[in-house]
Design a protein around this ligand. Sequence first.
Ligand code: HEC
Length: 404
Amino acid sequence: MIRGLALSVTVALIAATAVAQDLRGHGGPVRALAMQGVTIYSGSFDTRAIVWEGTVARQVTRAHAGAVTAVLPLPDGRFASGGQDGHVAIWGAGVNPLSFEKWHDLPVADFAPWRGGLASASWDGQIALWDGTSERRYLDGHDGQITGLVAFGDGLASVGADLRLRLWRADGTPGPVVDLAAPPADLATNGQALFIAGADGFLRRVVPGAPTTEVELTTRPLLGIAADHDLIAVSDLTGQIWLLDPETLEIRANFSTGQGAVWALVLSGDEVLTGGNDGWIRRWTVDGTALGSGAGLPHPTLNNPRGAEVFRACAVCHSLTPDDEQRAGPTLYRVFGRKIGTAEGFDYSDALRGMDIVWTPETVAELFEFGPTAYTPGSRMPEQRIPSASDRQALVDFLQRAAR
Ligand code: HEC
């Protein structure tokens, strides 16, 4: 359920909707998800991180050379993204990161909150600790890849390919170690217990000092896991989701998302969010009912139903009014005739600012024939193409009617 939705709703064009929508904006599989209040943070193989507010994308960031594999909200409205490139970026509201540094030799696997800053675990076996101000320091976490990291007690817990669950005290000194029966894919906690999604299809529940309990969910590898007080959510390579009781590990629901591999999961009250191979973030009730309509914000069709339909994929990031409504992209109001990178008040990437395309029905159609990566290299807009010439035509016709 979306609470306290802070959306400025455009009366003329966009029928207001408080219904939960699927979040569709990434140009590749969704690899990481985090949530704070109504704000959702996502990272993707498309190298972008997106910040979502309600049903719209508020910010799209681009800095990493590969997939964004971890995201974490930080104090003061900032957030962190970690990548396959071993880099960590700290973001404020702007287009450029506040900092962007190489933290690890190998991909970042997971983040956890750490003393006002963050802890970052990597495939290189190291855990970096950063309190938000001083120099970071490193723990020799595991022998080989680390695959999961969470804040636990007043310290941390991590799992790795060395088949160990390790606990870390608040000062970073090592605590107890628990041996694991299979390689761990991911780790979650609800504060009381630690839950491990296993590559052997088992979910394991560990409470330090007590016997480990487990349940076999599938013969395929599990991928992602999330936990809160009432529920655990686990995903696998085929897009199956299991929702289980955190005490008894009894299965309460099992459904298929149809998204291909689901890498990332978030639990929020009575909703489950899944980030999948299809590039979508989908919403589900805890009994597995799809909440999103499967598309973007609805629009009046302006006698061009196909064009309005194609534009649904743009509406999460672009308004059609003079105001950009704090969406992640510039307004497309009167886009035709406008030079690229010149909508007033919008913070463009340096790449777009330096180009001299003028937007016409032809150039906008070409943008999505070839895709932003080829047509406007360096653009923050996630990769997307409209393969059908008639769909591109319908889109620009719709924009000509709607955005003037
Ligand atoms: C996930 C967010 C997102 C989606 C979805 C998206 N865009 Fe964008 N778009 C952006 C961002 C961000 C920019 C600015 C890029 C930059 O500054 O590098 C942009 C730039 C543009 C521009 C250049 C505008 C200018 O002022 O120069 C056009 C045109 C455009 N988008 C059209 C579209 C259309 C049409 C769609 C749907 C088919 C679409 N976009 C989907 C985020 C998005």
